[in-house]
Write a protein that binds this ligand. Structure first.
Ligand code: ATR
Length: 275
């Protein structure tokens, strides 16, 4: 067996809160891979240098978290189609020739999390609350799942309108208060930061949402957000956001270490203990 330690990590600023080292560490141990996955604190001004030194420092690649996902677009050599559409990179792979490839696995993680809860769009609209980076990943995922209509509700309606212009006729834009837009929906997604620990709760009225709609929150701290609690109490099926984090890590792990890992209940419990 080779003595080479396969190195990867996550770059962020700050990075201590990241659950990725715990998540990848679990898989490394389970698969008996001689590898490491480190938290890498990188200030925004150092991102370019840090990425360009990956190869000489023996890294197979890195994940990127806040605030680097968009800035990396201008640094890497190639960007895959999904990352280009999302407008953000969460995985950088060091290629054989030393070039850097930017990928985005957030949209994949979002879809897999929904599919693991048997989500079917039933040819009905999906509603996304929010118009930032998280919403963009959800839009790409839902378009690729064939959702026929995507309604974007945002506090700043202009930003929702910009997304509708960019992504085309399947999208429409509304104010966050326009709860009529929840009618007929098969899915409601919170892609705002509301409900996150330390932020106000999301106070949207759910009375117009069909009880058969699935409700998911991209916020996973706390796991059961106020939105998910209220949705579950009125009979909607709910999917928390932790699954998205677990599933987005899978293709990155495969790229770094060459093994396709599994998302299991015990992985979920282990990662949860780190929150
Ligand atoms: P992310 O990358 O996590 O999506 P972001 O790009 O900063 O973060 O987007 C945050 C989203 O949460 C936006 O849709 C934002 O609404 P605005 O576009 O109007 O800013 C939404 N958001 C944040 N705080 C909010 C609040 N107090 N009320 C309503 N929406 C809020």
């Amino acid at each position: 067996m080779s003595d080479v330690v396969l190195k990867a990590g996550v770059m962020g600023w700050p990075v201590e809160h990241s659950l990725s080292p715990r998540l990848h560490g679990y898989w490394l141990e389970r698969a008996h891979i001689k590898g490491s996955y480190l938290p890498l604190a990188v200030v925004p001004n150092d991102l370019s240098n840090a990425l360009k030194s990956l190869k000489e420092n023996g890294y197979r690649g890195v994940n990127l978290t806040v605030p680097h996902k968009e800035a990396a677009m201008a640094i890497v050599d190639d960007i895959d189609d999904i990352a280009r559409r999302v407008g953000a990179i969460n995985t950088v792979v060091v290629c054989e020739d030393g070039s850097l490839e930017g990928r985005n696995t957030d949209a994949y993680g979002f879809s897999q999390n929904l599919l693991s809860a048997q989500f079917q769009h039933q040819d009905r609209p999906a509603v996304i609350l929010g118009a930032g980076g998280a919403a963009r990943a959800a839009i790409v995922a839902l378009m690729d799942l064939g959702v026929p209509e995507i309604r974007i509700l945002n506090r700043t309606e202009d930003k929702a309108q910009n997304l509708a212009r960019e992504f085309g006729s399947r999208l429409s834009a509304y104010a966050l208060s326009n709860v009529d837009a929840l009618k007929d929906a098969s899915l409601l997604v919170n892609a705002t930061s509301l409900g996150l620990k330390g932020q106000p709760p999301l106070e949207i009225f759910l009375g117009t949402l069909p009880v058969g709609a699935l409700v998911t929150d991209m916020v996973y701290a706390p796991l059961m957000t106020d939105l998910l609690k209220r949705a579950a109490a009125r009979g909607n099926k709910v999917v928390d956001g932790l699954g998205m984090l677990l599933h987005q890590a899978r293709p990155a792990f495969k790229a770094f270490y060459g093994v396709d890992p599994e998302v299991t209940p015990s992985l979920r419990s282990y990662v949860l203990e780190g929150t």
